[in-house]
Design a protein around this ligand. Structure first.
Ligand code: AMP
Length: 289
């Protein structure tokens, strides 16, 4: 496995342009099987598999967990080597985000709602660094997780709006046996908080079942489900950041009118000081669909 720590090293270690398909998996490290699934998918397609590890300071607001975000380089390198990655890129913060850099990608309206409402500037920071990685690698395909559904939507929107010659693939969320979505932040949870956290996917699943039950039922209102879920999450011990229904095509919030066939259920909660996110594709959750 090749290791590049600077832009110039990366240039010498990347395959010659056009010599083989280049697959890029951008990460912030503290790797787990959710990241592993993205790498496995890239590997299974053949081609050259590159992984970047960069804890992006631009996507953390002041007061967030930038300083305590887990950094586990030695374990990550062993994980990637075992998984068969061809190249890992570990750039320095100074090169990725020079002090003089003022230019930012604007994520637009969708970047200001859901996670963007409580994390101002988060998605501008994500897109700025993802675009920089796209320029550095010129990948044929870039892989992202559906766990970060809003991020995936915005990256797809950026690629489309800026006509970037890159295919963006989203892969399903990998979960722990009890349903909790794998996340680098799960390691912040105390054993008691971890027990509470298991109720998050359980209640999301219950909400999806209610959605299926309410949809097509003349006297029931599927749009009441975010309210139901918020209350259930609070009762289970979470502090709710947001629960929302998003239109699957536009990603805009669904707040009124007839419930559409295709929607995402999105939620973010705090367990203690740890923020967890999850989402379900309600069209996929519908029995028989
Ligand atoms: P992160 O290191 O958290 O920035 O994540 C890097 C990439 O891995 C992003 O595209 C995430 O959406 C994806 N990812 C993180 N957790 C999971 C998971 N549990 N299942 C699938 N993909 C994931």
């Amino acid at each position: 496995m090749r290791i590049a720590r600077s832009f110039s090293e990366l240039r010498t270690l990347l395959p010659r342009p056009g010599s083989c398909p280049l697959w890029l998996v951008p990460t912030m490290g503290a790797l787990h099987d959710g990241h592993g699934a993205l790498i496995d998918q890239a590997k299974s397609e053949g081609g050259f598999v590159a992984v970047s590890i960069f804890v992006n300071p631009l996507q953390f607001a002041p007061g967030e967990d930038l300083d305590r975000y887990p950094r586990t380089e030695a374990e990550d390198l062993a994980f990637l080597d075992k998984r068969g990655a061809d190249l890992v890129f570990l750039p320095s913060p100074g090169e990725m985000v020079p002090k003089s850099a003022r230019i930012r990608i604007s994520s637009g309206r969708i970047g200001t709602i859901y996670c963007g409402a409580s994390r101002p500037g988060h998605f501008d920071g994500v897109l700025t660094i993802v675009l920089k990685l796209f320029h550095l690698f010129s990948p044929d395909v870039a892989l992202f997780g559906e766990k970060d559904r809003q991020q995936l939507f915005l990256i797809q929107e950026m690629v489309r709006d800026l006509a970037l010659p890159i295919r963006v693939l989203g892969l399903p969320t990998i979960r722990e046996p009890d349903g909790l979505a794998m996340s680098s932040r799960n390691r912040y949870l105390s054993p008691k908080e971890r027990d509470t956290a298991a109720h998050f996917p359980e209640l999301m699943g219950e909400a999806a079942r209610l959605w299926a039950e309410h949809s097509g039922h003349p006297s029931k209102d599927p749009l009441s489900i975010p309210g139901w879920l918020s209350e259930a999450l609070v009762r289970a011990g979470f502090r709710v950041d947001y629960v929302a229904l998003a239109d699957r095509q536009t990603f805009l919030p669904i707040t009124g009118g007839p419930a559409p066939d295709q929607a995402y259920l999105l939620a973010a909660v705090f367990v203690g000081s740890t923020r967890l996110i999850d989402n379900l594709d309600l069209s996929a959750e519908r029995p028989g669909v």
